[in-house]
Design a protein around this ligand. Structure first.
Ligand SMILES: Cc1cc2nc3c(=O)[nH]c(=O)nc-3n(C[C@H](O)[C@H](O)[C@H](O)COP(=O)(O)OP(=O)(O)OC[C@H]3O[C@@H](n4cnc5c(N)ncnc54)[C@H](O)[C@@H]3O)c2cc1C
Length: 413
């Protein structure tokens, strides 16, 4: 085998939110060694959330999605090896191999490879016209098909990405059917009130939204023509959008011996069990204080950025455990949802404000303490509610439900 062609103090695998922020945070905290980002996508690091929002809606050109202008990476002395994939890791020799055969040695490795869109496991899932919404390339292909006249879309999956795509496509005049396998949309991330609200909104905007639906297969010869449901119904479709989650991109870490269970396991400093290898972002399973210490993966920009900073600080010799407050957002139609905390495990919800007025919050409690808020067009609740989550306050429920009672007055130690 050839010796390493190049050597870097820090090799970052993945040029998404986590990888980009890791490089920036290293510099911010005074790291003067050499840093390279190896990224499979050909583009400079860019924001992923607009892919199912403003970019798909053509309200933002790609250039405005770039996390930093091209010149800044050179300025910060961050090398970029784009359009290249890390295929294996030799944790003992501290080298990685790229798909073109190059080997790179590292002193520290930050694995920030995110995840790949989960594919349908039924017939027809690889037909032309079946799309994920994970990368710019995915969305560009989808937009080309819209330009070529696709007018009927079936969206499979009622999570945030599926719902956002449905909202944009509807706005663009596409006839949309959305299929969710579970009895309600957003079932894994939100309470029933929020699910019911979004289901009603989508239906009011003309989406044919169906829950509790099992897909049998995708129909078509070369290109998709429809979606066959388990009950035999065939929904005609020019395109199918699949939003059923991700599979963490961790194969080289598994091969190198890292324990992986729904993501690669990391400690509170984002260290894997392999020497000098960190993992951050969507692919990293960590014990999260906001989930009562349960080992979870979070798929959010906040988590990717904050884990990146945690790993960078550890490498810079100023370790601080990951303890960031989870937050998230989603835009659908004119509805801005902002979430703080993690609602998983709640045993009570309080509705604050009126969904009919399209400005309200759902507050999640566990054992009487606030653990999360979903705020729809309710920025004040989001800003003030954050402290309730961080302090695990146990406020009077009647006051929580009263929009006239500011949340900041309900904080209790
Ligand atoms: C359409 C969409 C909308 C979203 N909306 C929101 C939102 O509104 N709010 C929010 O908080 N979050 C949102 N998210 C989630 C958020 O974008 C992710 O949580 C975040 O991008 C995770 O960052 P990451 O660095 O872990 O992974 P990614 O950003 O996915 O970056 C990983 C990169 O690594 C590359 N890679 C993978 N394997 C290799 C390899 N072996 N070698 C080299 N490179 C590799 C990938 O190609 C990718 O470019 C959205 C995601 C999508 C797809």
């Amino acid at each position: 085998m050839n010796g390493p062609a190049r050597s870097f103090d820090v090799v970052i695998v993945g040029g998404g939110h986590g990888g980009a922020q890791a490089a920036l945070a290293l510099r911010q905290h005074g790291f003067e060694g050499t840093v390279v980002i190896v990224g499979r996508e050909p583009e400079l690091p860019y924001e992923r959330p607009p892919l199912s929002k403003e970019y798909l809606a053509r309200e933002k050109p790609f250039e405005r999605l770039l996390l930093r202008p091209a010149a800044m990476w050179a300025e910060k002395k961050v090398d970029l090896l784009l359009g290249q994939t890390v295929t294996s890791i030799d944790a003992h020799a501290r080298t990685v191999a790229l798909d073109d055969g190059t080997r790179i040695s590292y002193a520290h490795l930050i694995w920030a490879a995110g995840g790949d869109a989960r594919r349908l496991e039924c017939g027809g899932s690889d037909l032309a016209g079946v799309h994920a919404v994970r990368t710019r390339a995915d969305v560009d292909q989808l937009m080309r098909e819209l330009d070529a006249g696709a007018r009927r879309a079936v969206v499979i999956g009622g999570g945030y990405i599926g719902l956002e795509a449905a909202a944009v496509l509807t706005k663009l005049g596409v006839e949309v059917t959305l299929l969710e396998a579970l009895p309600r949309v957003l079932a894994r991330v939100a309470g029933e009130e929020l699910s019911a609200f979004y289901e009603a909104e989508h239906r009011a905007h003309g989406v044919d939204l169906r829950t509790g639906i099992a897909v049998e297969c995708i129909e078509g010869a070369v290109t998709v023509t429809g979606v066959r449901l388990a009950d035999g119904t065939v929904l005609p479709a020019d395109m199918v959008i699949v939003g059923i989650g991700i599979v963490p991109a961790v194969a080289p870490l598994i091969a190198a011996g890292a324990p992986v269970h729904n993501g690669v396991e990391v400690d509170s400093f984002c260290r894997t069990s392999l020497p000098a290898i960190y993992a951050i972002g969507d692919c990293a399973a960590h014990a999260n204080a906001f989930a009562d210490g349960a080992v979870i993966r979070l798929e959010s920009v906040q988590n990717a950025n904050d884990m990146a900073t945690t790993a960078a600080k550890a490498i810079c010799g100023m370790p601080a455990p990951y303890a960031a407050t989870p937050w998230f957002w989603s835009n659908q139609y004119d509805l801005k949802l902002q979430t703080v905390g993690l609602s998983v495990g709640h045993d009570q919800t309080v509705l604050r404000g009126a969904p009919a007025r399209r400005s309200f919050s759902v507050i999640y409690l566990k054992g009487g303490r606030v653990i999360a808020l979903d705020c729809v067009n309710a920025v004040k609740d989001y800003v003030q509610g954050r402290k309730l989550v961080e302090t695990r306050s146990a406020p009077d429920v009647a006051k929580l439900a009263d929009p006239a009672a500011p949340l900041k007055d309900l904080i209790s130690p």
